[in-house]
Design a protein around this ligand. Sequence first.
Ligand code: FES
Length: 197
Amino acid sequence: MHNAPLPHDSPGTSGSSSADRRTFVSLLSGVVLGGLAWLAPILSGMAALLYPLRQKGAAGEPVRLASLDSLPADGTPRRVPVIAPRVNAWSTSEEPVGAVYLRRTGPAEVLALQVVCPHAGCTVEFQPLPSDSGGGAPGFVCPCHKALFDLEGRRLPGANPSPRDMDQLEVEIRAGDQVWVHFQNFLLGTADKVSTT
Ligand code: FES
């Protein structure tokens, strides 16, 4: 008895099936690669959306730093670390974000100065001024390139590399004696005070 060949036994049909498979694989590759090309900007956009969440609480918002009683009544500056909440999509933590000098300038008045030197970002130190620029009076001196400031944070004249005064921060006294500071960072090396936060 003669058995009729099955369709896939035909040489012509087998070649056609192989070509179909190649076409299918080619189409599938195109779809996958096209999908990846679309996915990249979407993932990038999601990262950009999540970035502010990661930064929330890092700067610009008021932070409670001290009580009035903890600051010397004679106006001597006290350096205070700034610990601020950082929030991301999954957790909240407290992290150091900088430091400020706090000075009592009245019964319920406080001056807050960024410790960062406006010249190039070193930390300014509270110490006696050199004899030729203040004669040993207390002030702020930058150890890097010797920028000098008085107790109000004003840039002293002379060969002073700082392009501006020390950066003053907004202060609020809450609940009668709690010192809150709007902590910010500023652009370095510019005469104008420009917030970077
Ligand atoms: S960084 Fe302060 S004087 Fe240069």
